[in-house]
Structures are given as structure tokens and as C-alpha cells.
Write a protein of this length. Sequence first.
Length: 340
Amino acid sequence: MDDSTGHDFAKTCGCKGIRTCLLCEGEITTVKTSQGNAEGLMRYLYCNQCHKAWRHIEGSQCQTEEMDFPGVLVVEDFITPEEEADIVTVIEGAEWKMSQSGRKKQDFGPKVNFKKKKLKLGGFTGLPNFSAFLLDRMKSHDLLKDFTPVEQCHLEYDPSRGSAIDPHFDDFWLWGERLVTVNLLADSVLTMSCKEKGKVDVTIQQTSNCEHGKKPVARTSSTLDSKLLVPSNESSSLPTAVTVADPQDMTGSQDMLESNSLRYCDAEVAIPMPRRSLLVVYGDARHKWMHAIHREDITGRRIAVTLRELSSEFGAEGAHSQTGKELIDVALSFGGSAIS
């Protein structure tokens, strides 16, 4: 990235174009002052137990809005602390490359030109050895029984670099239905946003809890009056829980429901990603909603291990089935090293 003085900031970080991080922002004149939530959006919190997104209504002690949010699976404690430590040790044995927006990366996959829709094996020698046991465990979940990854990417986020990733879709030409991530070293939040102007139904109800009654509605301190917040876990960086009136004290309140709607583009959904959890994004969450990691949601060093499968175009009946077969054979050798 060059400025008017001719300095090349890509030498100290991986930022290009409009992307910036804390390593280069102090050197350039025009800086995005916030990497956080878009102003004016209704922010909902996803609950993996009821598979709905919830929002506490401002100014109310007991009213919440809920909307269905399909296409997300979060499996907490997918790996053990000992397994996490072993995986991180292996990852640290490979060289990190600087990436954009304060991230570092390691790639295990084919060399791809997405604009020209071209790919080649290049130096791809397969997924790393530790991925074999991760894939075996993934397949114990119905959603992932037939999951066959051909690419793996490690992304390191660090608050000292202002690491983040802007709202985006993963490519649809090469990558398939499911995006799978194992979250290491720190809690974080995946934020979903949508540009569509169609309407999504929401339900307003007189309750402070998710419908299964096990988890209080949670909000981030940046979007709710701090008087309503109490720590849900002293060591966790995930959104904290709201202290509100007990709905059981409100006669008949559980039956008071009201339907409403809002535009997709007026909402964003925060998906908590606990440390050592597995996240799967598919369906509407993959195709309709963009995903992002905000700088404010990186509170400690985090490593994301993301695996991707092939699209139908590279499947057995697709136009590029032979290329797909070659990629699968190489990937599942589990003897790969990071692409240099």
C-alpha cells in the first residue's frame, strides 16, 4: 500500500487497497476509525440452543424480539484443552504469512484465481496431519457426515494488530455448501449482515429468556445500557447477560406474543464462538448473510482453522469432476504442509 510519500506499508503488514490494521493506520492519513458494528442496525444475538436470534427491546425491562436464523451449528467443547494445545503446537511449527486487516495466515489448498475461475494444484500437498482426527469427529454430526474438505486455512487474529475481516461471502464457484471452523485460543464473535431489502418476520414477546428457558438473552456492552449488564463469566469475552425482570412474576406474560417484521438489511446477528468450539455455516447463513469478524470482538490472540468443501461444479456430476477428484485425493492424504 503506497501513500503520497511512496511508503510501501505492505512490507510491515499485508494490507492492500482500502484494508488497514493498527500496523499501518498510524502511518496513513485516511483511516477507518471503527471496524465495528454498522450504526443504526438492529443487533441480534444468536442462541445455539433454540437456533433463533434474540434482541432485547431498548427501554423495556422484559420485552424481546426473536427471529429464526437457520444455517448455523455451534458445537461447544468440540476439542479438549489438551487437543487444542497439541494443534496449536503443530500450527506454530509452520511459517505465518502476513495477510490483510491485521491477520496472519497459513494455507493448505490449491492455487486459485477466483476472478478468472482458474485453479491448479501448485504446491498443494494435502491437508495437515492433525486434520484427520478433526474430520473423523466432525463426521459424528449428521450435518457433516458427508463433509469432504479440500482446503484448510489458518487465520491468526491478534488485538495488537487490530485484526479483523470485513463482511464478505466466501466464493461460491469453488467452495461448497458448508464452511467449517474450529475456534482456538480465545472466544470471539462472528457477525452476520445482509444487503437484501426483503422482510424477515420477528416475534415480540414478554420474556427475558430464550424459549427453552435455559439461557438469558445476551447483548454486547456496546449496544446496551451498561446498567442492564452483569458478567456471565468473568474469564469470557463473549457477550454478557442481561439482568431483567423475572417473566414468571408477570401474570400471563409468556402468552403475550406479537408478530412484526423488519428488512434483512436493517439487522445484524452476532454468533458467539466459544474457545475450542466448532462452527458450521450453511444454507441461508452461507448464501444470504455475509460474515465478518469485528476488531472489537478480538480480545485475545485467536486462531481460526477453517475447512472448505468443493461446490457441485467439482462434484461427481459436475463439469470439473476430474479436477475435483484430484483435489480430494491430494487433500485426504493428510501429509500436507503450508503453501509458501
